[in-house]
Ligand binder design. Structure first.
Ligand SMILES: [Zn+2]
Length: 306
């Protein structure tokens, strides 16, 4: 992919090394990911969801000294509390796949964004109606939706409108956005550091009758592929309404793309812990290394260990 600068609300910059500045909470040079929210659609707290968790989509990645965050569902609120408790300035790159509620609802509650010492680079695709990522995040915080407008966030924030085909270099970490879904304009992300690759691909295009070749390229050789796990085939009845693929497509993509570890994510909010246990046993018979994402679960792409 070419390194293409995209239109943005601020000039597109390569914010190299901001996590390593003196006095900031620089993550160690490693490649780990942690799930802070694993549900789709709507938060689902309750006695039946305590083991997998009820927060919506948010994945933190620490790689090569950078902190990347994928999506800002209600799990982002939990991550924000965790970061603030460390007592150090926060620097992070926040990538949105799209702006359905389960991807943005935690953003107004992300406490580091209200701290002046925080540095945030925020990335997302332009919406089909032309709205920038900044505009959409601002709009959800306007009265009467919310009591604090985005302008009250004291962090240094730079917004980047990105598109499939761009390549974002953060020091030696490469982040490549790919087109996933023509109905929602959702992006998938491929993160490469050295010879290790993480792919985050949720809200894929469910109208494909066969596996999308674009998806196979995106996932090619990934050490970890995070994919939709919302629907079993039997429950999958509305291919034009949800923007989600049934989980068997994740197995097909992982097999065809020689993925090492498939993680199903974006769980159905109606599914209990026991139902997800059952689904995990079912999919483990279909692919060598497959897990269901759980809140708090961490994977290490260097050691290959959980
Ligand atoms: Zn969505």
């Amino acid at each position: 992919m070419a390194n293409i600068a995209s239109p943005s609300d601020a000039p597109f910059t390569t914010p190299a090394g901001d996590a390593a500045q003196p006095g900031t909470a620089a993550p160690s040079p490693a490649f780990t990911l942690t799930f802070w929210g694993v549900r789709g659609n709507i938060p689902s707290p309750g006695a039946d969801t305590v083991r997998y968790g009820g927060n919506t989509a948010c994945v933190e990645v620490q790689v090569g000294g950078q902190r990347l965050i994928f999506d800002g569902g209600t799990g982002l609120w939990m991550l924000g509390r965790h970061l603030m408790a460390q007592g150090q300035p926060v620097a992070a790159h926040l990538f949105f796949t799209h702006t359905h509620w389960d991807r943005i609802q935690g953003f107004p509650f992300f406490s580091p964004a209200f701290a002046p010492a925080t540095q945030l680079d925020i990335y997302g695709a332009q919406a089909l109606n032309g709205a920038s990522i900044k505009q959409r995040l601002m709009e959800q915080m306007l009265r009467p939706n919310f009591f604090k407008p985005l302008q009250t966030m004291a962090a240094a924030m730079t917004f980047h409108n990105i598109a499939a085909g761009d390549a974002i270099a953060l020091d030696d970490v490469l982040v490549e956005p790919w087109s996933l879904n023509r109905h929602t304009s959702a992006l998938g992300y491929r993160v490469t550091w050295g010879d290790r690759v993480l792919v985050y691909a949720t809200d894929t295009d469910p109208t494909q009758t066969s596996v999308d070749p674009n998806l196979l390229m995106l996932a090619s050789g990934a050490d970890v592929l995070i994919f939709d796990g919302t629907y079993a085939d039997a429950a999958y009845s509305d291919p034009n309404g949800s923007g989600l693929a049934p989980w068997h497509l994740g197995i097909e993509v992982a097999r065809a793309s020689q993925v090492k570890h498939l993680v199903l994510f974006h769980h159905n909010p109606c599914h209990s812990d026991d139902q997800l246990d059952q689904l995990e046993r079912q999919v483990q018979g279909s692919f060598a290394q497959v897990s269901l994402a759980r809140e708090g679960m961490t994977l290490d792409l260097i050691s290959g260990c959980c």
